[in-house]
Ligand binder design. Structure first.
Ligand code: ZN
Length: 150
């Protein structure tokens, strides 16, 4: 991956060294999510007391405050709740992929998650569009959960 910066002073295309993608250093509470993603499975926490689905991972249920939580697979199906198409990435590691779609997807089970919509042009994304999870192995260690049109 090579970045270019077109505004180089001499007008020539300036090549920059690749910037590493920022990744979480301490998985901690979220480890089961990332381990499942690596297996190309989408899991979320579920409260054993009130059956509420929970995402992002927490120490206790935000509905009933129970700390009896478990991890369970979800369908991977949902709909685009909100999105924006990014043309100017906030971090250089992502600029090469621009334009890309940054989205919030609401899963059929209820939780919303921050993700990217892939597998179509960003301009083809729309709110309420049905999507399904897909897995992007960005390194040997990390897999990101993204969504594509269903
Ligand atoms: Zn609960």
């Amino acid at each position: 991956m090579t970045m270019t910066r077109p505004e180089a002073a001499d007008g020539a295309e300036r090549r920059l060294p690749p910037k590493p993608m920022p990744l979480q250093e301490n998985k901690g509470l979220t480890a089961p999510f990332w381990e499942a993603a690596k297996r190309h499975e989408l899991v979320m926490q579920r409260c054993k007391t009130c059956a509420n689905w929970i995402h992002f991972p927490r120490e206790q249920c935000p509905i009933c405050f129970s700390q009896e939580l478990d991890w369970a697979p979800v369908s991977g199906r949902g709909r685009v709740y909100a999105y924006t198409n990014v043309h100017q990435a906030q971090h250089p590691a992502f600029q090469e992929e621009a334009p890309y779609c940054f989205a919030i997807v609401q899963l059929d089970e209820g939780p919303r998650m921050v993700t990217n919509i892939v597998g179509c042009e960003p301009d083809d994304v729309a709110c309420d569009m049905p999507v399904v999870a897909t897995f992007d192995d960005v390194s040997d260690e990390w897999t990101l959960v993204k969504f594509k049109p269903a």
